[in-house]
Design a protein around this ligand. Structure first.
Ligand SMILES: Nc1ncnc2c1ncn2[C@@H]1O[C@H](COP(=O)(O)OP(=O)(O)OP(=O)(O)O)[C@@H](O)[C@H]1O
Length: 298
C-alpha cells in the first residue's frame, strides 16, 4: 500500500496509508472498530476503488492478475455463500473459474476439517463451519499471499487455536499472511509483525517484540509488610518510590536484582518482586487511545 486513501462522503475511511506485507510472516492488521481495516482489504482486492494511492499485489493491481486466487487468497466475509449451495460445489465453481484441478476441492476441505460435511448445504453450517469454508476458499489456489478479515470471529477455543496454528504454518511455508482483528489479544501468539491503524491512519508498523519493549517501563513492584522501611532504603539508593496498594511499593530507577540485594542487606522482608511487563493489549490501548471513536469515559 502506498499513500492509499478512500473517502466515504465526509469520512476519510483510509487516510494516506503506506505499509508492506512481506512473505514468511504473519502481519497483524489491527485497529479499533471503524479504523478502516475492512476498507483497506477491499481496496487491495479491487472491490473498491481508492481515491488516491495504490494497493499492489506482488507489484500489480489485483484486478489485472490472471487467475487471481492463485496469487492472493482472501476471506473477507465468510457468510457470503449461497445458503442452498453445497460447500464442495461452492469451491468447485471457484476452482473451475480459476482453471484449477477439481481435486483441489477435496484437498482444501480436508485441510480445514470439513471433508465429512462438504456435501451439505452451507445454509445448515454453523458460524465456525462457515469460517472454515471461507478459509478453504482462500487456500484453494495455493496462493503465496493470504488475507483473512477477522478469521476467529465466532469460533470456539478449539477453532481459535486451529486458526492460530494454520496462520503460523502458512507463514512458515513462506507465504505473506495478513490477518485483521480489532482485538489485540487474538493476535498475541499469532502475529510476528503489527500494522496498527486508527481513524484510517497508520499508528504503528512494528514487530511485536519492540512494541512490547517500548510499552514496558522499568518499574518493579515490591510486596512487603515493611513498606516504610523499604521505601526509605530504596530511595536512599537513588530509586524513585511510590506506595502502591496495601503492602506494595512501586520502584523505578533500579533493576530488580539490585532491589532484592538492597532489601536483603538492610534486613527488610519481602514476599514478591515483579517487573512490570506490558501486555500486548496494554501497548495497543496506549497506541490507539486517541484513535477510538467510541470509548466510555470511565
Ligand atoms: N460503504 C461504505 N459507505 C460509507 N461509509 C463506509 C463504508 N464502508 C466503510 N465506511 C466507513 O469507513 C470507516 C472505516 O470502516 P471499516 O469497515 O473499514 O473499519 P474497520 O476497521 O474494518 O472496522 P471494524 O473493526 O468495526 O470492522 C467507518 O467510519 C465506516 O463507517
Amino acid at each position: 500500500m502506498r499513500g492509499l486513501r478512500k473517502r466515504y462522503g465526509a469520512a476519510l475511511a483510509v487516510d494516506d496509508l503506506t505499509f508492506t506485507v512481506p512473505p514468511g510472516r504473519v502481519t497483524g492488521f489491527v485497529g479499533p472498530n471503524g479504523a478502516g481495516k475492512s476498507t483497506t482489504l477491499r481496496l487491495i482486492l479491487g472491490l473498491d476503488r481508492p481515491d488516491g494511492g495504490t494497493a499492489l499485489v506482488g507489484g500489480r493491481p489485483y484486478r489485472s492478475l490472471r487467475r487471481p486466487i492463485t496469487h492472493l487468497g482472501a476471506m473477507l466475509d465468510a457468510s457470503a455463500v449461497h445458503p442452498s449451495r453445497k460447500a464442495s460445489d461452492h469451491l468447485l465453481w471457484m476452482a473451475h473459474a480459476a482453471g484449477l484441478k477439481k481435486a483441489r476441492v477435496a484437498e482444501v476441505l480436508e485441510q480445514v476439517g470439513l471433508s465429512s460435511v462438504g456435501r451439505r448445504a452451507v445454509g445448515g453450517y454453523s458460524l465456525g463451519m462457515r469460517q472454515r469454508l471461507g478459509i478453504a476458499a482462500a487456500l484453494l489456489g495455493d496462493p503465496p499471499m493470504l488475507i483473512f478479515d477477522e478469521p476467529v470471529n465466532g469460533l470456539d477455543p478449539d477453532g481459535v487455536r486451529w486458526i492460530r496454528i494454520l496462520l503460523r504454518s502458512l507463514a512458515a511455508e513462506g507465504r505473506a499472511v495478513l490477518v485483521s482483528s480489532h482485538l489485540m489479544s487474538e493476535l498475541e501468539d499469532t502475529a510476528d509483525h503489527l500494522v496498527v491503524i486508527g481513524r484510517g491512519r497508520l499508528i504503528a508498523d512494528t514487530d511485536v517484540r519492540s512494541l512490547l519493549a517500548a510499552a514496558s517501563d522499568d518499574r518493579v513492584v515490591v510486596r512487603t509488610t515493611h513498606r516504610q522501611e523499604a521505601m526509605t532504603s530504596l530511595s536512599r539508593a537513588g530509586a524513585t518510590v511510590a506506595a502502591g496498594e496495601s503492602g506494595q511499593v512501586t520502584v523505578a530507577g533500579l533493576p530488580a536484582e539490585r532491589i532484592a540485594a538492597l532489601l536483603t542487606s538492610d534486613g527488610i522482608p519481602f514476599t514478591g518482586l515483579n517487573e512490570h511487563r506490558a501486555s500486548l493489549e496494554e501497548a495497543y490501548m496506549d497506541l490507539t487511545r486517541d484513535a477510538v471513536d467510541y470509548r466510555e469515559r470511565t
